[in-house]
Design a protein around this ligand. Sequence first.
Ligand SMILES: Cc1cc2nc3c(=O)[nH]c(=O)nc-3n(C[C@H](O)[C@H](O)[C@H](O)COP(=O)(O)OP(=O)(O)OC[C@H]3O[C@@H](n4cnc5c(N)ncnc54)[C@H](O)[C@@H]3O)c2cc1C
Length: 554
Amino acid sequence: MSSIARIGTKLTAAEPGWFAETDVIVIGSGVAGLTAAIQARISGYKVILVTKAQVDDGSTRWAQGGIAAALDPNDSPDEHWRDTIVAGAGLCDSAAARVLVVEGPNAIRRLISRGANFDKTSTGAIALTREGGHHRDRIAHAGGDATGAEISRALVDAIANDPNIQLIENALVLDLLQDETGAAQGVTLHVMGQGMHDGVGAVLAPAVILATGGIGQIFSQSTNPKVATGDGIALALRAGATLADLEFIQFHPTVLFLGSEAKGQQPLISEAVRGEGAFLVDDEGKRFMQGVHPQADLAPRDIVSIAIMKKMIERNLSHVWLDARKLGDEWQARFPTIFNVLLGFGIDPRTDLIPVAPAQHYHSGGIRTDLYGRTSIPGLFACGEVACTGVHGANRLASNSLLEGLVFAERIGAFLALGLPERKPYVTSKGNEVLLSNDSRSKIQNTMTRNVGVLRSATSTQAAIDELAPLNVSNSGLQPNTKNWETSNLHTVATAIALAASTREETRGSHWREDFPNADNSWLKRVLINSDPTGNLKVAFEPVPQVPDTKEVL
Ligand SMILES: Cc1cc2nc3c(=O)[nH]c(=O)nc-3n(C[C@H](O)[C@H](O)[C@H](O)COP(=O)(O)OP(=O)(O)OC[C@H]3O[C@@H](n4cnc5c(N)ncnc54)[C@H](O)[C@@H]3O)c2cc1C
């Protein structure tokens, strides 16, 4: 018999032993969290910024290719909007995409005014390159392929020494505190070794901003760092928030293949390498993207990933190859980070082909928000990869995610300038407690990789739900600790994603169903997931208004 998708509604943890109070608490210190903190402080608030490891430990630091915006005088937000909508395969929120592209260029200029240094041309203009799905050169980059590291450095410097932003590192946020109306009033968290904030405590705040990044660690191989365990999504779902587009997970087509048994974070070979002329080949050295899509090797990522998977199945390969030899001596100057990583694995990309295969990279879905980052829970906001503003639809356009984090984080901070939500006491809820042993982590990862990866079907997604269901227990003898809390979150997020993937009976964007190989216009709607108070997951739908033919709108 098929299992029901079910989660716990509260993490097992000690009652708070210490309390702190602030106006706004921001959770996560990537591009979204740091920007939200700065903007909330500009709006006049005291901010506590908590992050579960070191301040620069999220995905932001790893971003290579760059950040997209219509910065070239020959480009326009309209054209950027059109490429975004096309990549999103019918499910973009058109208004959110328009906010992204219209506000993007100035958000990048503000980032520059905060100290970020982007690469320049010989005339002093920002150097722009092209990535898959873009019809213009509009990707700004820094340090060649170290864009995220530079953005992170500039924003971390910008919050340092600001007395109204208190940074707490090694602080794992556990659950949302809610008042009797359900509105957010702070969070519980576990802090390791920070003097007066040590052990489980509570930060009380009427505005809670989740900026906890991605979910990569629910799969065996991902480009995401180890902190990407979906904590923000799990917290929001337990608290009753609505999630959307969870089934749309981007598998990056060109992740360095380190063997079928490799686990955890895997090195990415940026799409910008293909933007500079590299191309994919099979085991006979034949190019296979030409004829698949008019943009060939620079087609949107889902198209490239699926073409690679088909080629791997057709020729019984564990990976394909990227031929980037023509970049020659440009390698060191243009992609110094990737070049050194490859040399470290004994691959000289000037002379050798690079083995690559798709791996989990980005989550387009997340906590459903409006244009001001508001979730369905009053006082709870979300921005960056953890949020689903709808800008990505069924597939994210390359380099739109750093931009989304920047633009929508700024909008939350600016929205709060209108006033803080009401401060009220929180109510203690018993909830349906859950704590999974870290021993279950690789089982969750194997289940998701096998059943909810690039290729999915009704059988595989139901198998994932069935295999995950028995793990959902509160093991009373288990010691609450970071690994066990994270594993509990991985399980919650995996269960919700498996349910969303089993619900969407079509192939669209980055969601490829073997049993429904075509897009079906009756599915031009968002799959929403939330939890009832006992932890049973429920599915609902949100219509997605279709924009007219994008050519006519321009
Ligand atoms: C290898 C790689 C390359 C990429 N390249 C690009 C690119 O070129 N262009 C682009 O636009 N995008 C790129 N992306 C995607 C992009 O980097 C991310 O989507 C973006 O940085 C996410 O930013 P964020 O602020 O939402 O989250 P993150 O930067 O991931 O930050 C999340 C933060 O939340 C903290 N956190 C998580 N859970 C908790 C918790 N329970 N308690 C407290 N803190 C918590 C983490 O420690 C971290 O500080 C890339 C991603 C990767 C992995």
